[in-house]
Design a protein around this ligand. Structure first.
Ligand SMILES: [Zn+2]
Length: 490
């Protein structure tokens, strides 16, 4: 059979969709085209007992051409012959299937291991791993295992799965931030192996790029998460997702505030230039803002204002907007930025949040508003929104495309953090988050507060996708990363 043969690929997809595909099954379960091919191992299971309904005697069986001769040991009158086919059972030859897929990608396999019933895997000659899901009892857990090992071992992985199961993969992938290391493909996609090949190529170049770009600057006394983050910046995406879910299920552990602070620091540093000395306490003992970052003016893009971001993260367990008091802390941050901060035209007072509580961010804004001077305003960024910016930033082909079009990745994000750019952009300014109840009231109130910008995942995606052409592999890639998360905020 030739590579990329549609009917073979279809038949294999069907075979893998049989329940308990890892075990021997009656022959008729498998599509005809596979019978007698290298893809099926056959096993004849001769009857051990007489076939006569009322007889419980043992029997002997012997092959005779296409038939099995059965001799009852109790009564010769029960002797009979049956077709061999009725007693033939088949199991997929997983190694042959993997080889077939590899061959259609012009790839040689250099080893083969079975983790049955869950999956089988091989290593391709140019270093990546092929995992073929067979019939796991727990599909999600299996995908998680594969994604986890991909991240832990930093191994680009092509994850092949029966077509019926493809959708769930991206959701799981996104939780592990494995998008850069795991490319998932349904079996049917091998009818067009060049598309799979392209995706694998993109994944390998991403992983190469990332490895060469990661710089090792780890402070041994830093928070444990910092080490992980510095060797794998995209791990911040996984952390943001993880904390968001823990908050949703009200399981955020103590110390999450510090952790979120570290993660958001890495995230903002990936996106913009951050001032490393922010955070900690000032000489009077007051706590300083977590993060100061700078979005430069980019005159070529007509972005003439320098923006200073004064960012604070709120893990939500101890600091909901509802309970957040506008005490001395926040106005003090602003004052310090005015007094000591680097020269800048605008001050974006940024809050990173894991979730919202009703409409309470509006009340919080109203309390903060009197403290803002002309060039100051509030930007609330959800963890999902920040993760989405990071994904675009850390995915080489996407970032490259932005660079080609805008010269500077930051100029794509600039309008999201610039009050006037944002408000003048009707498409962005009109987008409001889903609040569950009193949506119209919320929309009205949000739209009437021009010094408040709420950046949700949807707003960020809208802004990013406007800069991407609506075709080609990059668009597909971006879409697959941007599968909605499988949880709703409480
Ligand atoms: Zn008998």
């Amino acid at each position: 059979m030739s590579s990329g043969d549609d009917s073979t690929v279809d038949a294999l997809d069907t075979a893998f969709s049989i329940s308990h595909a890892s075990t021997f099954q009656p022959q008729e379960e498998f599509p005809d085209i596979l019978h007698g091919s290298e893809f099926l191992n056959e096993e004849i299971r001769e009857p051990g007992k007489c076939l006569e309904p009322d007889c419980d005697g043992f029997c002997t069986a012997s092959m005779d051409g296409e038939e099995i001769k059965i001799n009852c040991l109790q009564s010769a009158s029960h002797n009979t012959t049956v077709p061999i086919a009725d007693y033939t059972r088949c199991r997929i030859s997983f190694e042959a299937v993997l080889s077939y897929f590899a061959e259609s990608l012009d790839m040689e396999l250099i080893d083969y291991t079975e983790e049955l019933p869950r999956y089988v895997e091989s290593e391709a000659s140019d270093g990546y791993r092929l995992c073929l899901i067979v019939s796991p009892g727990d599909y999600e857990d299996t995908v998680e295992t594969i994604c986890r090992t991909a991240i832990e071992d930093d191994r680009p992985t092509l994850l092949i799965t029966p077509t019926q199961d493809t959708e769930i993969i991206h959701e799981i992938q996104s939780l592990f931030a494995a998008g850069h290391l795991v490319t998932a493909t349904p079996i049917r996609m091998f009818a067009e192996p060049e598309i799979v090949q392209e995706a694998v190529g993109a994944m390998l170049s991403r992983s190469q790029f990332r490895r060469s770009a990661v710089s090792q600057q780890t402070d041994p006394d830093a928070h444990p998460v910092v080490d992980r983050l510095s060797s794998n910046p995209s791990y911040a995406i996984a952390e943001l997702n993880q904390m968001r879910m823990l908050r949703a299920s009200k399981q955020l552990p103590k110390g999450s505030g510090t952790r979120l602070e570290k993660v958001s620091e890495v995230a903002f540093a990936q996106l913009f230039a951050t001032y490393p000395d922010a955070g900690g306490e000032d000489d009077s003992g007051s706590k300083l803002p977590d993060i100061l970052f700078r979005i430069p003016a980019i005159p070529k893009a007509n972005q003439h204002d320098e923006i200073l971001g004064i960012a604070d993260s709120k893990s939500g367990s101890e600091a909901n907007f509802g309970s957040e008091k506008v005490d001395e802390k926040h106005p003090r941050y602003l004052q310090r930025a005015r007094r000591d901060g680097p020269e800048s035209d605008l001050h974006a007072h940024v809050f990173l949040v894991l979730g919202f509580d009703g409409h309470k961010e509006l009340d919080f804004f109203d309390k903060m508003d009197p403290h803002y001077q002309d060039k100051e305003y509030m930007v609330i960024v959800t963890a999902e929104a920040l993760a989405t910016m990071l994904i675009a930033r850390l995915t080489h082909p996407i970032e490259n495309k932005f660079l080609l079009q805008k010269n500077d990745f930051r100029s794509v994000l600039y309008p999201l953090f610039h009050r006037d750019w944002f408000n003048k952009d009707e498409e962005l300014a009109k987008m409001t988050r889903e609040v569950g109840s009193n949506q119209n009231k919320y929309n009205r109130e949000y739209n009437s507060r021009s010094d408040l910008i709420v950046l949700t995942r949807e707003v960020v995606i809208r802004q990013l996708t406007r800069y991407l052409k609506k075709d080609g592999a990059i668009e597909r890639e971006l879409e697959s990363y941007f599968e909605p998360m499988n949880y709703r905020p409480p």
